[in-house]
Design a protein around this ligand. Structure first.
Ligand code: PLP
Length: 398
C-alpha cells in the first residue's frame, strides 16, 4: 500500500467554512423563503471594473490574430506587468525583484520550499489559516511560536520573545481588521535585524489603508528591504478573487544561508518558480496592467471607497447599539466582541444566523485568540448593512 503524508493527520484546527455552509443549508431547509444576509466570507461583490474587463477581452481577442498568440509565458510573469508594478509601487526596486503569481495564497504556502525544516516560525493568533496549515504540512508543527493579537496587544502582533527565524505579518490584519502603525512595524524590522530573521509580509489589504500612520508597504520602514518579503494580491483590491493574480516582492538584498553559503532569495525563488510554476494567463496579466492606468486607478479607488463606507456604517451602527467592535478603518473587516462572556464565537454565530438571518464568521476559526469574537465582512452593499443593523437591533443583547 502507498503510504500517505501523515502530516495531514496533524491538521487539527476547526475548518469553519464547511461548518458554516452546513449550518446555512440546515436553516435554509427549515426556512426556504428566508433571506440571509451574507457578511461572512471575505469575497468581493462589486462587478469587475470596466477597464480591466476591456483589457482582458482585448488581450484574448488579439490572441486570435496570426503572430499574436501567447502560449507558455515566463514563470516570473510578463515584463510589462512587472515593470508597471515596480514603477508604480516600488520605484526603488527592479522588475527582477517582482514575481507574478496566481494569488497570495499560492506564494505564501510555497515560499516555505525555500527554508530549512529547522526554522522556527512566528504566526499571529488569530490569523489567516494557511500560515499554520502550510507549516504543519512541511513538518514544522513543533516549531511554531504564537504571537497573540488580542485586546491587550491592540489586535495586532508584537515581536515574539526569544529567537524565531520566520515571522508572518499581515497588515491590515485579517481577521481583526486592525492595521499596524509605522512604529509597530518598525519594531518587527528591528527584531528581524537583531535576530537574523525574515518577515513574510502579507499585504493583501493594502488598498484599504486610510490612516496616515499606517504604511502601505513594509518597505516604507527603513531597513525592511534587507529582511522582508512582501506578498500583494489583486484579489480584494481589484476584484481578482476568481481571476487570480498577485505578486511577490523579494528584494535582492534579502538573503539566507544555504549550507555555508549566503544566497539571494530572489534567485532561489526564481529557480523554484521555474521548476514548479508555469505563470499566470496572458489576458489576466493584461487585465492587471490596466489597474495601473488612470482609468483603472479611478475605478478601483471608487470600489475601495464603497467597501470602506460599508465598514464604517457597520461599525458605527453596532457601536450605536452599544456593542464593542474593532477594525474596519483600514480594512474591510469588523471584529465584533460577543456581547456576553458566556457566548462563545459559535454561540453568537448561531444566534445571529437564527435570529437575524445574518451570516458571519466565528473568530475561533482563525485561532484560539479569536474566541469570543466574530468577523463581519464589509464586502457588501449599503442595503445589506442597513437590513443587518435593523435585524441586529431586535436581538437586544448589548
Ligand atoms: N492573505 C490574507 C490575509 C487573505 O485574507 C487572503 C484572502 O482572503 C489571502 C491571503 C489570499 O489571497 P489570494 O486571493 O491572493 O490568494
Amino acid at each position: 500500500m502507498v503510504k500517505g503524508n501523515t502530516r495531514f493527520n496533524h491538521l487539527k484546527r476547526e475548518y469553519v467554512f464547511p461548518i458554516i455552509e452546513q449550518k446555512l443549508a440546515d436553516i435554509k431547509s427549515s426556512y426556504p423563503d428566508a433571506e440571509f444576509l451574507n457578511l461572512g466570507i471575505g469575497d468581493v461583490t462589486l462587478p469587475l471594473a470596466p477597464s480591466i474587463s476591456n483589457a482582458i477581452q482585448q488581450a484574448a481577442l488579439n490572441m486570435t490574430k496570426p503572430g499574436q498568440m501567447y502560449g507558455y509565458g515566463p514563470s516570473q510573469g510578463y515584463g510589462f506587468l512587472r515593470k508597471a508594478i515596480s514603477s508604480h509601487k516600488y520605484p526603488f526596486l527592479s522588475p527582477e525583484e517582482i514575481f507574478i503569481s496566481d494569488g497570495i495564497n499560492t506564494d505564501i504556502v510555497n515560499i516555505l520550499d525555500l527554508f530549512h525544516s529547522s526554522c522556527r516560525v512566528a504566526i499571529p493568533n488569530p490569523s489567516y489559516p494557511a500560515y499554520l496549515d502550510s507549516n504543519i504540512l512541511v513538518g514544522r508543527k513543533r516549531k511554531i511560536v504564537w504571537m497573540p493579537c488580542n485586546e491587550k496587544t491592540g489586535f495586532v502582533p508584537e515581536p515574539a520573545k526569544g529567537k524565531v527565524d520566520l515571522i508572518y505579518l499581515c497588515s491590515p490584519h485579517n481577521p481583526t481588521g486592525v492595521a499596524m502603525t509605522r512604529n509597530r512595524l518598525a519594531a518587527f524590522v528591528s527584531y528581524a535585524k537583531e535576530h537574523d530573521a525574515l518577515l513574510l509580509y502579507d499585504n493583501a489589504y493594502e488598498a484599504f489603508v486610510t490612516s496616515n500612520d499606517v504604511p502601505r508597504s513594509i518597505y516604507e520602514i527603513p531597513g525592511a528591504q534587507d529582511v522582508a518579503i512582501e506578498f500583494c494580491s489583486f484579489s480584494k483590491s481589484a476584484g481578482f478573487t476568481g481571476l487570480r493574480c498577485s505578486y511577490t516582492v523579494i528584494p535582492k538584498t534579502v538573503t539566507a544561508l544555504f549550507g555555508k553559503n549566503l544566497h539571494c532569495l530572489y534567485k532561489i525563488w526564481l529557480k523554484r518558480q521555474s521548476i514548479k510554476f508555469n505563470g499566470v494567463a496572458y489576458p489576466i496579466q493584461k487585465g492587471q496592467e490596466a489597474t495601473f492606468k488612470p482609468q483603472g486607478q479611478a475605478e478601483l479607488e471608487s470600489q475601495i471607497s464603497y467597501y470602506l463606507a460599508q465598514a464604517k456604517s457597520l461599525k458605527a451602527g453596532l457601536k450605536a447599539q452599544g456593542y464593542t467592535c474593532f477594525g474596519g478603518e483600514d480594512a474591510p473587516y469588523i471584529w465584533w466582541k460577543t456581547p456576553r462572556k458566556d457566548l462563545s464565537s459559535w454561540d453568537f454565530f448561531d444566534l445571529l444566523l437564527k435570529k437575524c438571518r445574518l451570516i458571519s464568521v466565528p473568530g475561533s476559526g482563525f485561532g484560539t485568540e479569536g474566541t469570543g469574537f466574530i468577523r463581519l465582512s464589509a464586502f457588501t452593499s449599503p442595503e445589506v448593512v442597513e437590513k443587518a443593523l435593523k435585524q441586529i437591533k431586535n436581538l437586544n443583547l448589548s
